[in-house]
Design a protein around this ligand. Structure first.
Ligand code: NAD
Length: 477
């Protein structure tokens, strides 16, 4: 049985409340462990320890900090059977995906460990009587609040730049998937040589821990990845304190298939776009816009791809279960919404059952055709393997439909016409556009949302500016 407690200043911290909550295995519906339900005192203890660790860590040369992070990356790559297996067990992700996800996690530490060496200020020429320059200073203690859909690499994309730039971190994983991040922090301190107190993990309920983190006077910035409601709550507290936030929120991304696309490739890509991680993906392509004149031909290919998926608990399943019971129930509620709005599934539309699926939380990958963009299914983020196929006439119509959403996280374009690709990419209100594949981009490519999908950016060089504060030094000679 898993027993997960906070890891603060290089030691395990039992919760001051004495309470634990059950962790249920999404593959079986059975209890697999307990997670500490930490209280406000634990959060305060974590932030105070992180704050004490700031001066020594901040004042190390960037290359020295980088060396430790590169060592951490090396160990992470070798830990598919340790932290990778934990993440797979907690989330239900198929085991075959873990090597790539651990590699991605490691890449964040490598990238920012190297990049911080070229993060310099600039000298600003003000004539011979002045020496003027800028520098990038860390904030101090940074809070990193995380969702359950991709625990480790999403943690790494915020924690790596925060640490590399000389901040210390109090990370708060989702209460549904905490074990792998606690293990990462333990490895960082006990094996890679990170000073205790630099990387801390507090586990427990977000509604308790999140507000205490945001209100604490020593908390200097929060990077939040999660849903709109918690993001808004955090935003209200942050406004009172002028606390800087990076908000990586949800999406309802449009994936647009034009009539000149490679339809076989588009059908495969569109399938992965809404079923990867069982659709529990912020940038999932859940509004599939298909040009009218190829609609029927494309949908036939697309449904054949979806029908070939293999959902289950196995190492080589194409997708696993839904990670939380609440999410499992929420997805099912959209089947009822669809029926009320007159939609019938072209495939799927129910809980996936079978002897090998037991009481696990599995959903059949589901396609609704003939959807209008104003229907509930096309407007709300479902966070499950459900896609709406929406026909469109021409480029202008595709852009109008794609941008008619409160979200603006990702978008896909399938076309062989390079002029069209650039026009449509320029016209889309979304933070990341992927053309002729549907992927999550790279460690080096900025990620973030337009509109209610959030603000600030993770990944890429630009993230360094979100984890540092720019300072000008003006010297009269
Ligand atoms: P969630 O908002 O319920 O929880 C996210 C985190 O916030 C958890 O750690 C939770 O404990 C904590 N939390 C809950 N209430 C809080 C509060 N009042 N104050 C502070 N923290 C609080 O989201 P989830 O269900 O874990 O994840 C799914 C959501 O995350 C989806 O909307 C998805 O699109 C989004 N997401 C976005 C990205 C991105 O990069 N934009 C990536 C992954 C997931």
């Amino acid at each position: 049985m898993l027993k997960v407690e906070s890891y603060i200043a290089g030691a395990t911290l039992p919760p001051c409340t004495g309470h634990f909550v059950d962790k249920i295995d999404p593959r079986s519906g059975e209890k697999m462990g307990e997670i500490a339900n930490s209280g406000p005192q634990d959060v305060e203890f974590a932030i105070e320890n992180a704050n004490e660790a700031v001066p020594a860590w901040r004042d190390m040369r960037p290359s020295e900090r980088g060396r430790i992070l590169i060592e951490l990356a090396r160990i992470v790559r070798q830990s598919v059977g340790r932290i990778g297996a934990l993440e797979s067990a907690e989330t239900g992700k198929p085991g075959q995906e873990m090597a790539a996800l651990m590699d991605l996690t490691a890449q964040y530490f490598e990238y920012y460990a190297g990049l911080v060496n070229v993060m310099d200020g600039e000298v600003i020429n003000q004539g011979p009587n002045y020496h003027v320059y800028t520098r990038r200073d860390p904030f101090g203690v940074i809070g990193v609040i995380l969702p359950w859909n991709a625990p480790l690499h999403q943690a790494a994309r915020a924690i790596a730049p925060a640490l590399a730039t000389g901040n210390t971190v109090v990370a708060k994983p989702s209460e549904h998937t905490s074990a792998s991040l606690v293990e990462l922090a333990r490895i960082a301190v006990e094996e890679a040589g990170l000073p205790p107190g630099v990387f801390n993990v507090i586990v427990g309920k977000g509604s308790v821990i999140g507000p205490v983190m945001a209100r604490h006077p020593l908390m200097r910035k929060i990077s939040f990845t999660g849903g709109l409601t918690a993001g808004q709550e955090l935003g209200r507290i942050a406004a009172e304190r002028i606390l800087p936030l990076t908000l990586e929120l949800g999406g309802k991304s449009a994936n647009i298939v034009f009539n000149d696309a490679d339809l076989a490739a588009a059908a495969k890509g569109a399938t992965r776009a809404f079923t990867w991680n069982s659709g529990q993906w912020c940038a999932a392509g859940t509004r599939l816009l298909v040009q009218e004149d190829i609609h029927d031909q494309f949908v036939e290919k697309f449904i054949a791809e979806v029908a070939a998926l293999n959902v289950g608990p196995d190492f080589d399943s194409t997708s696993g279960p839904i990670t939380t019971e609440a999410q499992f129930k929420k997805i099912q509620s959209y089947f009822e919404v669809a029926e009320r709005e007159g939609l019938k599934p072209a495939i799927g539309g129910k809980v996936a059952t079978g002897e090998h699926l037991g009481n696990g939380w599995y959903i059949e990958p589901t396609v609704y055709t003939g959807v209008h963009n104003d229907m509930t299914l096309a407007r709300e983020e479902i966070f499950g393997p459900i896609v709406c196929v929406i026909p469109f006439k021409d480029e202008a119509d595709a852009l109008r439909i794609a941008n008619d959403s409160e979200f603006g996280l990702g978008a896909g374009i399938w076309s062989r016409d390079i002029g069209r690709v650039h026009r449509v990419a320029a016209g889309l209100d979304a933070g990341r556009i992927v053309v002729n594949e549907y992927s999550g981009g790279f460690v080096q490519t900025p990620c973030g949302g337009f509109k209610q999908s959030g603000y600030g950016r993770e990944q890429g060089i630009d993230a360094l500016s979100h984890y540092t504060q720019l300072k000008s030094v003006i010297i009269r000679l």
